[in-house]
Design a protein around this ligand. Structure first.
Ligand code: MN
Length: 191
């Protein structure tokens, strides 16, 4: 089985001005594509070819882990946005955020802080455990909370390639602006 890169549910310029068309062209069109192409070539002819991607991420090491996880992480990232996004979650996810972090504003502050303080390239995650408890975690490089027994429902990419064309070194500003395009209906459905 070969993985195919899922088509974005919006045009490459639809997330402007938060994320420019040029960034989507490179980040989705080159970076995400390369991870998926590499994943396919690493899997070809191995006995892991038909395993679910999540299982590969939980068990693989080295280049296979890096490319499998980066493929999965980027798909989650790009499918968390909408040009009509922003606002706040509703329903069970909103309740869980309020219960655990005090308020939606405080949750956003903690999430931005985790992303800003991560040294080097990586990801900031919102995940849930089997009981629905939420976790904000950081991961370097291709790290993924799936390997810690958690289910990620939302992530911000803090590799420089995600923001440098639009924000240069201003990672905190990039993270702060991303809230304007988050599609909380999709994230709530994952929860
Ligand atoms: Mn990326």
């Amino acid at each position: 089985m070969e993985y195919t890169q899922p088509k974005l549910p919006y045009a490459n310029d639809a997330l402007e001005p938060v994320i420019s068309r040029e960034t989507v062209d490179y980040h989705y069109g080159k970076h995400e594509k390369a991870y998926i192409d590499n994943l396919n070539s690493l899997l070809r002819g191995t006995d892991m070819e038909d395993e679910p991607l999540e299982e590969i991420i939980r068990s693989a090491k080295g280049p296979l882990f890096n490319n499998a996880s980066q493929a999965w992480n980027h798909i989650l990232y790009f499918f968390s946005f909408s040009p009509d996004g922003g606002g706040e979650p509703e329903g069970e996810l909103a309740d869980a955020i309020r219960q655990q972090f005090g308020s939606f504003e405080e949750f956003k502050r903690l999430f931005e802080e985790a992303g800003t303080k991560l040294f080097g390239s990586g990801w900031v995650w919102l995940s849930r455990d089997e009981d629905g408890k939420l976790y904000i975690t950081q991961g370097s490089n291709a790290e993924n909370p799936l390997t810690q027994g958690l289910t990620p429902i939302f992530t911000f990419d803090v590799w420089e390639h995600a923001y440098y064309l639009d924000y240069q070194n201003r990672r905190a500003e990039y993270l702060h602006r991303l809230w304007d395009i988050v599609d909380w209906d999709i994230v709530s459905a994952r929860y």
